[in-house]
Design a protein around this ligand. Structure first.
Ligand SMILES: Cc1cc2nc3c(=O)[nH]c(=O)nc-3n(C[C@H](O)[C@H](O)[C@H](O)COP(=O)(O)OP(=O)(O)OC[C@H]3O[C@@H](n4cnc5c(N)ncnc54)[C@H](O)[C@@H]3O)c2cc1C
Length: 388
């Protein structure tokens, strides 16, 4: 271990490994600290990504692709459904292997990585952050760096230690439960999303095929709603009805911050990426690719700040993130707020209207326009993002 690193990354999820990879590729000395024994495990994810999103970072490889999908279906409360036209494909990953590959890419660029390395505080000297304090193989160590990247996921503490407000309101925090089922008959190549008061109030339930009669079946609803009834109860009801004889291979629970990006993602020499910065798409709850984009921008900016010997340059990361995805997440947030308030009746009506659209107009955009027609105030909410 070196006496001093340019960058310490806390957490080897997709955002952390990508930040480390790009910082190292641009010449910074990088140390990644991961608290778990294995990178990529345990998996708390439904594992869906778009080809377009993932291919900008890594060549798709069958070893971490469990299934390829080319369609998605929205099922509304009365059981009707619509399959919007999609211009691309997506994958259900084997995240355990995928995360591992991302970490390997960082190491190939020269980053060092240590597992079973739990960061329990920032190293502060006369009020200045000079690295982290960690527990590595039961030994307390101090590791020094010029920049600290908090990539420690939804339960991030790095931000709080640095004085950044990372609180996510319970209304925006999705509480999720998921099982991986085997022995189920699911249609390959299509992602199913179920909406409605009885199935997933204020959220949605998903069935993602993983190949060989296996599927990730999960639900995400706001913590606010989950206080009334736990998401796992809705999930159990669904499985009891649909897949009563399935074998449960894994059970997971976790949170997703479906909010806009934290107001501050850089403070002095600490920067946040991925779930730690709330870089998740607020509508879909997908945070793998957006976290990797955040990680890439953070890694590049951190390396450049080191080269310039000017840590005030780290602020540039905030600007680049906002330009690349942050502003879009603000639009998506408005859309989420509207969609999740739709009554069962409105959802049924929307589906009927959308099914009347000619095949070529049955795109996500076409369906969204139908939703606008049914709720014109949504347009105003979205417009606010552009004029604020
Ligand atoms: C049920 C569920 C389903 C989901 N489905 C999807 C989906 O289908 N598609 C999608 O795109 N997204 C999905 N997401 C969201 C996605 O999993 C996250 O957005 C993504 O993993 C964020 O990556 P990250 O690198 O920011 O954080 P993480 O992947 O959470 O990685 C953070 C890492 O930091 C480590 N760490 C934490 N604290 C410390 C510490 N103190 N010291 C050292 N290491 C530490 C952790 O062990 C972990 O390895 C889902 C989430 C859930 C809960």
């Amino acid at each position: 271990m070196k006496d001093l690193y340019d960058v310490i990354v806390v957490g080897a999820g997709p955002a952390g490994s990508t930040a480390a990879r790009y910082a190292a590729a641009d010449g910074a000395s990088v140390m990644v600290l991961e608290k778990d024994r294995d990178v990529g495990y345990p998996v708390r994810c439904a594992e869906a990504v778009s080809h377009e999103g993932v291919a900008q970072f890594i060549e798709p490889d069958p070893k971490w692709i469990a299934a390829t999908v080319s369609k998605f279906r929205i099922v509304v409360p009365n059981g009707n459904s619509i399959v919007p036209r999609l211009d691309g494909i997506g994958y259900i990953l084997e995240r355990r292997i995928f995360d591992y590959e991302l970490a390997k890419l960082a190491v190939q660029e020269g980053a060092e990585l240590v597992t079973k390395a739990y960061v329990y505080d920032l190293l502060k000297v006369n009020g200045k952050i000079e690295g982290v304090r960690a527990l590595i193989k039961d030994q307390k160590v101090e590791i020094r760096s010029k920049v600290v990247v908090g990539a420690d996921g939804v339960e991030s503490r790095v931000g709080k230690w640095a004085g950044i407000d990372t609180t996510c309101h319970i209304h925006d925090m999705e509480s999720c439960a998921q099982v991986t089922l085997s022995g189920v008959s699911v249609e390959d190549g299509i992602l199913d999303f179920y909406f409605g008061e009885k199935v997933a109030p204020g959220g949605y339930l998903w069935v993602f095929p993983k190949g060989r009669n296996t599927a990730n079946v999960g639900i995400g609803i706001s913590v606010e709603t989950a206080k009334e009834r736990a998401p796992v109860r809705y999930l159990e009801d669904f499985i009891e009805k649909r897949y009563p004889n399935a074998a449960v291979l894994t059970r997971i629970a976790g949170g997703v911050p479906c909010a806009t990006t934290c107001d501050e993602i850089v403070k002095n020499n600490v920067i946040l990426v991925g779930d730690a910065a709330h870089q998740v798409n607020p509508v879909s709850g997908g945070g793998i690719i957006s976290g990797m984009i955040g990680g890439m921008l953070a890694g590049q900016v951190a390396a450049e700040a080191i080269r310039r010997n000017d840590l005030t340059f780290l602020r540039e990361y905030e600007a680049r993130w906002h330009k690349r995805l942050g502003w879009r997440h603000e639009v998506f947030y408005c859309i989420k707020e509207a969609i999740y308030e739709f009554s069962d009746e409105t959802l049924n009506k929307l589906c009927d209207e959308a099914r009347k659209l000619p095949e070529e107009k049955r795109t996500v955009g076409g369906i969204f326009r139908t939703a606008l027609w049914n709720r014109p105030s949504l347009l105003l909410e979205v417009a606010k993002v552009f004029i604020s």
